[in-house]
Write a protein that binds this ligand. Sequence first.
Ligand code: SF4
Length: 336
Amino acid sequence: MVGSLLRDIHNIAKGMPDVSIMEVCGGHTNVIMRYGIRSLLPKNIKLISGPGCPVCVTSQKDIDSVVALALSGVPIATYGDMFRVPGSNMSLEDVKVNGTKIFEVLSTTDVLDLAKEHKDIVFFGIGFETTVPMTAYLLEKNICVYSTHKLMIPPMKALLKDEIKIDGFIDPGHVSTIIGYNVWDELNVPQAISGFSPKQIFESVYEILKMIKSGQKSVVNCYDSVVTCDGNIKANDLINKTMKVSDAEWRGIGVIPNSGLEPKDDECNAKIKYQEILKNVKSEKDNSACRCSEILKGLIEPKDCKLFGNVCTSSAPKGACMVSDEGTCSIAYRYS
Ligand code: SF4
């Protein structure tokens, strides 16, 4: 089956100009690199990785702010991936070593359990639409949140106006389970929503190539076992009830209007509740030798960074893209 898909891809690509397809999900990047999918495609069909790792796009200022909260004695709960992301001077892991109250959690249940003992706990919320419903659930339970949650469509729109050539997108499967497939139409480029097997990636590439060849600009749902037209209505209702759209800062990209989510209730918004602590936070510029900003926009590949694999490794990351399992540099390091 995969063999015949590959043959179809090679046949349709014959005579086509160079085509660049971006995947914006770290899970897809992982499958693509793990199975050597790029090397199996025709030379004129290029897959490029975009800003699909939520850890990687969390700004240094947000890390510095949560570090400042923890150092001020505010109990913090967050997912394990966030601990090693470098801030200006310290990561959350450094802070934990300093004896502050910072807890690694796997689920909202863990946060609610912690809240029984630490009434003023702040949940450091991170992720795209996939993880937002869990944070919305905590907000409904009146847990205070420092939100770095981000929306996927605004940066994709911004990238389409940027210097990089993008002919189509492989849309993120997990995000689409929440937001559905109808909403992707607004990007007005060929797209396919993909699952996470090599076969589903090949199917998506083939569907995108068919659209490019016929001049169509729509979205094909290649992950219809879980992605529906309107997404998860219950989750979206909960998000709309507890959160509002805001501007957000993306590491390496800058502020993108209407690309983030903040708590609706100021009492549950750590950025407002602890503004006296946060107003003194000063962030330095990202490590100048680290080229994460270009990696996140798909302008270069990890091997183009001179720190990759020698100074910067997954055990000693120098930039955010090397920290998370979904970071492009980390994935390239794992499979190169
Ligand atoms: Fe940054 Fe390391 Fe990636 Fe280079 S290899 S861009 S230093 S994360």
